[in-house]
Design a binder for this molecule. Structure first.
Ligand SMILES: Cc1cc2nc3c(=O)[nH]c(=O)nc-3n(C[C@H](O)[C@H](O)[C@H](O)COP(=O)(O)OP(=O)(O)OC[C@H]3O[C@@H](n4cnc5c(N)ncnc54)[C@H](O)[C@@H]3O)c2cc1C
Length: 382
């Protein structure tokens, strides 16, 4: 029997990877966790859920203060937002949670943590910082990044994504949000409430296209009444850098064009799986731009290599990544075959009003849930 350095090796220290690492290490498996950033925690902690929900809370409180009279309370003259204070609060909340996702905690659980950019050299081995590491099973949990489409002029124009928006040094006077998915729509409302003039551009006929139209429309109506401008059914033709401002040209599906200008451009046009540089081609792990192909036990086409969380292109939520991590612990460590079942998966879009879902909504039932979420390929290989 082949001897390996580790029972399980995990690439990516975010929601999915940390769940596997904690579970495997506590069960006594020899566990290696590899992260490319300086700290553990992944997108959720540093560039996703935690900073976005913290920012949204501040924007919500500010909005209530400005509208106190509507609740029978004394009218308050609320001064403008000191954005530095909001940013400091976001950083403080991240620091508090970082403690739970610290290297010390995971080493204490029994895992070995290494930092760097690993790449597979064969089906059981990776190379990292000039050393080879072998494991019986591997878990790829490298997450996703903002999709940057090939829009004319975009590569010559400063823009931000979810990696920068929570670390801005001042409140932009104006912002164009490209994309009307959950990230774009949550940020549109929060920044608009802080005082940024926000415009949202989307190609489709409704915002939050995975939600039922009547609910998405209710969210849009609220945001419109608060001052957010929407351009639906518009494709982005070109982007220009004007120095202090960015200009975008958008085209309605009837052929008419409009130019918009703003200080800041937020690109929130979907996500791509982080598969670059892992050496997946070397060992033949099947993947496309949406993600690594897995069956419902989270196994790739190499049965001892698993892929969990955003990188497999399924449901892109923190709790989904954690759930899939648990499936891997069961299959790879306990050796108890366990399949993922998303029938009652809940999720929420943290707008005001918020949108909550459990399981299939009307849109999913109409379009076919599997097709909508790209899960058909996962089901095929059951
Ligand atoms: C703005 C925003 C708001 C969000 N809000 C919510 C929300 O409210 N609720 C919710 O459920 N979900 C939310 N999400 C989604 C959630 O953040 C992701 O679904 C979740 O983080 C996925 O976990 P993961 O483990 O797959 O990936 P991640 O948490 O991103 O972890 C992947 C880790 O792998 C590391 N990595 C990448 N490549 C390599 C490599 N080559 N080598 C080593 N390490 C690597 C990364 O640095 C990262 O630490 C939000 C996302 C964004 C962007």
């Amino acid at each position: 029997m082949a001897e390996y350095d580790y029972d399980i090796g995990i690439i990516g220290g975010g929601a999915g990877g940390l769940t596997v690492a904690a579970g495997a290490a506590q069960l006594g498996a020899k566990t290696l966790l590899i992260e490319k950033e300086k700290e553990l925690g992944g997108d959720c902690l540093h560039f996703g859920c935690v900073p976005s929900k913290t920012l949204i809370k501040s924007a919500h409180v500010y909005h209530l203060m400005k509208n106190a009279e509507r609740f029978g309370l004394p009218k308050i003259d609320v001064p403008p937002v000191e954005f530095g204070n909001v940013s400091n609060r976001v950083k403080a909340v991240i620091r508090t949670i970082q403690h739970h996702d610290s290297v010390e905690r995971f080493c204490g659980l029994g895992a070995q943590v290494e930092f760097g950019h690993p790449n597979f050299t064969d089906e059981h081995a990776i190379r990292l910082n000039g050393k080879n590491y072998t494991a019986k099973s591997w878990v790829i949990a490298s997450g996703s990044s903002a999709f940057i489409p090939p829009i004319k002029g975009l590569n010559r124009t400063p823009y931000i994504t979810n990696r920068e928006i929570f670390y801005l040094d001042h409140l932009p006077k104006s912002m164009i949000v490209l994309g009307a998915g959950p990230i774009g729509i949550e940020m549109a409302q929060a920044f608009n409430r802080f005082g940024t003039a926000v415009t949202v551009v989307a190609k489709g006929p409704q915002i939050l296209s995975k939600d039922d139209q009547d609910l998405a429309d209710a969210v849009m109506e609220t945001q419109s009444s608060e001052g957010v401008k929407f351009y639906l059914n518009h494709s982005i033709e070109a982007v220009n850098d004007l120095g202090n401002e960015r200009k975008i040209t958008i085209k309605h599906k009837d052929g008419s064009t409009v130019s918009l200008k703003a200080e800041t451009l937020l690109v929130a046009l979907g996500r791509v799986a982080n598969v670059e540089g892992l050496g997946l081609e070397t060992i033949g792990v099947e993947h496309d731009q949406r993600g690594i192909k897995v069956d419902n036990r989270m196994r790739t086409n190499h049965k001892h290599i698993y892929a969990v969380g955003d990188v497999n292109g399924g449901f892109q939520f923190t709790h989904a990544a954690g759930y899939e991590g648990g499936i891997v612990v069961s299959n790879a460590i306990f050796r108890i075959p366990r399949k993922a079942d998303y029938t009652y998966l809940p999720w929420c879009t943290f707008t005001d009003p918020p949108l909550g879902n459990i399981g299939m909504n009307e849109t999913m039932a109409g379009k076919g849930r599997r097709r909508l979420y790209g899960l058909d390929r996962r089901i095929q290989r059951q």
